[in-house]
Write a protein that binds this ligand. Structure first.
Ligand SMILES: C[S@@+](CC[C@H](N)C(=O)[O-])C[C@H]1O[C@@H](n2cnc3c(N)ncnc32)[C@H](O)[C@@H]1O
Length: 183
């Protein structure tokens, strides 16, 4: 469903922030999910374009992620940040892995959340994309793709993606980043 149409509905406006195509593609290429994949809140389908076999939920289309109880290998997407705590809890009950595009502080600022992540497994990899604006998100904090894995007890690999903004629309900065390289 188009972002503007959703924003006119009664859903939390701050939770309806769609992922730019380039970012979705970059994250799928970077994390390479496999097996049974669920895009738990597809929005306009940015990630699905690069995950053609993935199943999906989207509340605006009558498919509530919290009603999904089948086991999957991956949850992969950009969740509603206002529900992140409950979202992660539910993810951990159904999925072996999850990659969520989130403001990075969402992972670390709450001790209870850190304990839950540790009980589930751990954070295998973090790919920091830059400040929110790199994904045309309306905040300045660092955004990252964060890979949670069930039973993982190893070190967390952190990558700082180097970005080059190639387009910044005059309508308020709908930037479409192109990723030059990363380490
Ligand atoms: C931040 S947007 C991201 C959309 C899409 N994943 C993307 O990356 O462009 C979050 C989406 O979650 C959807 N959503 C909110 N609560 C949901 C729920 N309980 N089940 C499924 N989708 C939900 C919203 O309608 C919105 O489309």
């Amino acid at each position: 469903m188009p972002q503007m149409q959703l924003l006119q509905m009664a859903l939390r406006p701050r939770d309806i922030v769609y992922t730019p195509d380039t970012i979705a593609k970059f994250l799928v290429d970077f994390f390479r999910p496999s097996g049974r994949i669920l895009e738990p809140c597809k929005g306009d389908g940015a990630f699905l374009k690069y995950l053609p076999n993935a199943e999906w939920c989207e509340i605006a289309e009558g498919k509530d992620f919290f009603q999904w109880h089948e086991k999957v290998d991956w949850c992969f997407g950009n969740p509603p940040y206002g529900l992140f705590s409950e979202w992660l809890d539910h993810t951990f009950t159904i999925s072996e892995n999850a990659m969520y595009l989130i403001p990075l502080y969402k992972v670390y600022y709450d001790f209870g959340r850190l304990k839950k992540i540790h009980q589930y497994g751990g954070i295998k990899s973090i790919c920091v994309l830059g400040r929110g604006e790199v994904a045309a998100f309306p905040f300045g904090q660092a955004v990252a793709g964060v890979h949670f894995q069930k039973g993982y007890r190893g070190a967390t690999q952190t990558t700082i993606a180097e970005t080059r903004l190639t387009k910044r629309a005059a309508d308020g900065g709908n930037a479409a980043p192109e990723f030059a390289n990363f380490e």
